[in-house]
Design a protein around this ligand. Structure first.
Ligand SMILES: [Zn+2]
Ligand SMILES: [Zn+2]
Ligand SMILES: [Zn+2]
Length: 157
């Protein structure tokens, strides 16, 4: 979980740089809108909803039609640059899109910040248990809700 006092501008510029590199290497087009949408998703470490993204784009005076924005989000998800958190129906930027992974997400109920784990042990355990039931696991998204370390200090249980 990133420290709340960290310089988030670095996270954003790093995420955009990584995205550019990834798209170049895979021959994908990193259009202006895709870049803008990624930047908005990376606005913080909290998940954002599609409507928040549309709102921010419109506030900037850019008339982005909802389907275009959804397509940009789909692209970013396909490219592993963004993850969709089903329980929150929201999106969060992936800090490590270059390594192939299945995420485990620690979602803070208090401040809504999200930290991503990529634990190979959890992954293979799920694969093994599923295979034991004759089930082939294709996609794993584990969403774990709780309190982050900074909120645990301020909230009385
Ligand atoms: Zn940050
Ligand atoms: Zn990820
Ligand atoms: Zn928190």
């Amino acid at each position: 979980m990133p420290n709340s006092r960290h310089d988030h501008r670095l996270c954003v510029s790093q995420a955009l740089e990584t995205a550019e590199r990834l798209c170049r290497e895979r021959g994908l087009r990193f259009t202006k809108l895709r870049r803008q949408v990624l930047q908005l998703v990376w606005d913080s470490h909290k998940p954002v909803g599609a409507y928040d993204i549309l709102d921010s784009l419109q506030r900037d005076g850019k008339r982005a039609a909802p389907p275009t924005v959804y397509r940009a989000l789909e692209f970013l998800i396909e490219a592993d640059l963004v993850h969709r958190l089903d329980t929150l129906n929201a999106f969060v930027g992936c800090p490590d899109p270059l390594s192939s992974h299945r995420g485990q997400f620690l979602i803070c109920r208090e401040c809504r910040s999200v930290a991503e784990l990529d634990d190979a042990e959890i992954n293979s355990l799920v694969q093994r248990k599923a295979a034991g039931l004759g089930f082939t696991a294709i996609r794993q998204m584990l969403e774990i809700q709780g309190l982050c370390s900074s909120c645990r200090g301020s909230v009385r249980a």
